[in-house]
Structure formats: C-alpha cells, structure tokens
Design a protein around this ligand. Structure first.
Ligand SMILES: [Mg+2]
Length: 132
C-alpha cells in the first residue's frame, strides 16, 4: 500500500469520530506552471496529518461538553518507511510540547497508538463513532 493511500484511509476513518478533527498538512515545494517562483507548503519535517482530540467532561455540571483538546500529529509511512532527520526533530519538538505524535502505518495501528497515548494521560477512549 502506498503512503498516500494509508494517509487517505486514516484521514477518512478517524474523521468519522465525533471527538477528532483531522486535516491534511502537505509539506512540499512546487512551481506553478508559467511561473518562476516556487511555493513552499508547510515546513519540512511536519507530520502529514494534524488535528485535535476533544476532551469531554463527564463528571461535572458541564457534562458532555468539550472542555479542551489534545494536539494530534500523524506521520504516515509505509511498512518500511522511516522518519527523516527533519521529521525526527519535528516529532521531538511536538511531543516536548505535549502533543500526541503517531508514526502510522495503518488505520488499526493508528487507533491502537492513540488509545495508548490517551491511556498514558489517564484518558479512557473508545473507537465508537456515534455520539451518545
Ligand atoms: Mg509521511
């Protein structure tokens, strides 16, 4: 499976979750046709997908409302893909600021890692897509 296919599947699947907002974060350099100027998208090393996981209060008078979000970054790779030096540097900066960084190789693998990352933060998480 190509990296772009893995990325698309993760974006589509995780976006179904009512507490996850996720978007594509292309990093590239391109030159429009008939132009001499190059345009840079994003910065080298940034993750392929960025997003936020909404946290909901369940034991308070604002029951059911999102009270804060956790930053999420997903770097998609094929089974053998490895992080570049710039990606490693960006990952370390992101996690140093408390963000959840996932090196993703499949949808299932991504969901498992997110569940673990949230559990480490004392948050129980379910992959159910209907908001109840
Ligand atoms: Mg990638």
């Amino acid at each position: 499976m190509t990296e772009s296919t893995i990325k698309r599947e993760i974006l589509l699947e995780l976006s179904k979750h009512p507490r996850i907002m996720l978007w594509n974060n292309p990093t590239a350099v391109a030159r429009p046709r008939n132009s001499k100027r190059y345009i840079r998208f994003g910065n080298p090393g940034e993750a392929d997908l960025l997003g936020v996981i909404g946290r909901v209060m369940i034991d308070s008078d604002i029951y059911g409302q999102v009270i804060y979000g956790l930053a999420l970054a997903i770097e998609t790779k094929t089974a053998k893909g490895k992080l570049s030096d710039k990606q490693t540097t960006w990952r370390d900066a992101f996690t140093a600021h408390g963000g959840i960084y996932i090196l993703a190789r499949s949808v299932e693998n991504t969901q498992t890692q997110i569940t673990h990352a949230l559990r480490e933060r004392g948050i129980e998480w379910e992959w159910k897509y209907l908001d109840s």
